[in-house]
Design a protein around this ligand. Structure first.
Ligand code: TYM
Length: 329
């Protein structure tokens, strides 16, 4: 079986963008691949976190992976910080990554503008840790939203550079980006992606929002004054609502436009809201059911960390040997 790796940060409240752009595809692909799904808590500390909150969110995220339909007996669902190989490989890869490459990362530029008081070295080398995540498991495919594509390109460059020096050590990973939902935009400003860190809570639908809140946010979504249902760049708010609808319903934009032809924006917004509720409500119910089963979750966490470490160490030993570290006796 081919290998799949992906991860999400346990920072902030997860949004519908995280679900439609990533998690939903993970579930779809999980039968086809040997899968590793990580809660990337080490990435989270590149911005300041409250320890108790981070711990709680990390666990909630791991629970969410399972609630979304990833069977933790078949898929390796684990905390990044429980597998020391991530940090060890990241160090080695740091030595094969150029400052200039990292300087070009748009996410670094955005985040350092936003956290000007804490532009730490971890924030700068964040993409190298991400490359280590992926390469450690020799992943063939990495399902992500469009905003992570630049990091994935860098991962491929680092892996290719390493292979050119030392022979075929790493599998060169491919991105998997879904047809719809790969870039969900803010409901209040459709030129910006829907983001966990948006100051305006009406711009994002959070995965744990209750049905009334979801409907209200959809009703208030910013559209335009053309009063004509169409799927085009010139009507970005509308396009985003249609994307959300299609990703939730498994429809194509053409189908959706036909369905709403001649109807008002109000009706479309209502339908979008209802379709989001029908996707998120069962997910929320499953999260609360799972949360109660502490012993089960704990056993999953332990088992999967061991499984991930086994695979991680296989790659790590090989890499350490290639770069010239002394053998272990
Ligand atoms: P993160 O935690 O910001 O986002 C998790 C996933 O959600 C996708 N996503 C979106 N998709 C569509 N529309 C949106 N508005 C939207 N917002 C977020 C992201 O593309 C991502 O797939 N660096 C990564 C985490 C990471 C990772 C990895 C991912 C660490 N190591 C290795 C893949 C492989 C991040 O911060 O994602």
């Amino acid at each position: 079986k081919k290998v799949l790796f992906s991860g999400m940060q346990a920072t902030g409240n997860l949004t519908l963008g995280n679900y439609l752009g990533a998690l939903k595809n993970w579930v779809k692909l999980s039968d086809e691949y040997e899968c590793f799904y990580s809660v990337v808590d080490m990435h989270s500390i590149t911005v300041r976190q409250d320890p108790a909150t981070l711990r709680k969110r990390a666990r909630a995220l791991l629970t969410l992976y399972i609630a979304a339909g990833l069977d933790p007996k078949k898929n390796c669902i684990y905390y990044q910080s429980h597998v020391s190989g991530h940090a060890e490989l990241a160090w080695i890869l740091n030595c094969f990554t150029y400052m200039g490459e990292l300087n070009r990362m748009t996410q670094f530029k955005d985040k350092s503008a936003k956290h000007a008081d804490n532009i730490n070295a971890g924030l700068f080398t964040y993409p190298v840790l991400m490359a280590a995540d992926i390469l450690l498991y020799q992943a063939d495919v990495v399902p992500v939203g469009i905003d992570q594509m630049q990091h994935l390109e860098l991962t491929r460059d680092i892996a290719t550079r390493f292979n050119n020096i030392y022979g075929d050590v790493f599998t060169i990973p491919e991105a998997y980006v879904g047809k719809v939902g790969a870039k969900i935009m803010s409901l209040q400003d459709p030129s910006k992606k829907m983001s966990k860190s948006d100051e305006n809570p009406n711009g994002s639908i959070y995965l744990m929002d209750d049905p009334d809140t979801i409907i209200r946010k959809c009703k208030r979504a910013v559209t335009d004054s053309e009063a004509n249902i169409a799927y085009r760049e010139e009507q970005p708010g509308l396009k985003n609502l249609i994307d959300i609808y299609c990703a939730c319903e498994g429809k194509t934009p053409d189908e959706a436009v036909k369905e709403f032809e001649g109807r008002g924006y109000g009706e479309l917004k209502m339908a979008v809201g209802e379709s989001v509720v029908s996707v998120l409500k069962p997910l929320q119910d499953e999260v609360s059911r799972l949360e109660k089963d502490k012993a089960y979750l704990d056993s999953i966490i332990k088992e999967n960390a061991e499984k991930a470490s086994y695979y991680a160490n296989k790659t790590l030993r090989k890499v350490q040997r290639k770069v010239g570290f002394p053998d272990r006796i």
